[in-house]
Design a protein around this ligand. Structure first.
Ligand code: HEC
Length: 214
């Protein structure tokens, strides 16, 4: 009986856990429009790439986001189209600096509970306390610095701007974790069209066969 009660307690705790964790994450809508994705890609390559890599992305993949030639050239900064998005900081240097190698961000939007909402909340949870120490509400003691400068935003307007930047980056991370979305949607239409054609063909066949029988 006792063990049953313990077991049900454990079961309850594990099913409640996602609910409790989700409550901590910001309830925001992750954009997926081209303008957000473009701004997100620009931030990711100019800021995040300083410490993190995106090993499953190549610079050429970013062309799918509809940049003008000029924007794309400045984003890629002379890199080959088939070069992977490696961090500008080599792993051993990063380990010396931060005590940890910053994780690859290619699949980060899927890697954590809450996905993009986890990353958004992380970026917008930095604060500085009275003694001047900067920390993070979501991940206290996290070794990533406040890269967007959220903890030093002085006005609500500044905070809103940084929240928009965080949304853009997270939109880009979601796209990066699933760059085949658009292709898959197109494939969906193709399959539908094929099914419609196939049904029409069957109908014609059926009519012919029955005509012959009749
Ligand atoms: C100055 C270096 C630096 C930059 C720039 C940087 N990061 Fe990080 N990041 C880190 C380090 C170091 C860690 C590992 C933190 C730890 O394990 O304590 C980390 C961890 C993370 C994590 C994982 C947190 C977790 O849940 O464990 C995410 C997500 C992340 N960074 C996103 C970003 C994004 C998005 C950007 C760009 C806006 C960015 N980082 C820019 C250094 C950096």
């Amino acid at each position: 009986m006792r063990s049953l009660r313990v077991l049900s307690g454990v079961l309850l705790a594990t099913t409640m856990m996602p609910v409790v964790m989700a409550a901590v994450l910001a309830d925001v809508e992750i954009p997926s429009d081209e303008a957000s994705l473009q701004r997100g890609a620009q931030l990711a390559t100019s800021v995040c790439l300083g410490c993190h890599g995106f090993k499953y992305l190549r610079f050429g993949n970013l062309q799918a986001l509809g940049f003008s030639d000029e924007q794309f050239d400045s984003l890629r900064a002379g890199q080959d189209l088939d070069a992977a998005l490696d961090s500008y900081t080599p792993a051993d240097v990063a380990r010396d600096l931060y005590g940890v190698v910053p994780p690859d961000l290619s699949l980060m939007a899927k890697a954590r509970e809450g996905g993009p909402h986890h990353v958004y909340t992380l970026l917008t949870s930095y604060y500085t306390d009275e003694s001047g120490v900067t920390d993070n509400h979501l991940l206290p003691g996290v070794r990533m610095p406040d890269v967007l400068g959220y903890s030093s935003a002085a006005t609500p307007g500044e905070r809103t701007e940084l929240e928009r930047q965080a949304l853009d980056v997270v939109a880009f991370l979601s796209w990066a974790a699933d760059p085949k979305v658009e292709q898959r949607e197109r494939l969906g239409y193709f399959v539908l069209g094929y099914l419609v054609l196939f049904a029409a063909l069957l109908y014609v066949l059926k009519r012919r066969i029955w005509a012959r029988l009749g």
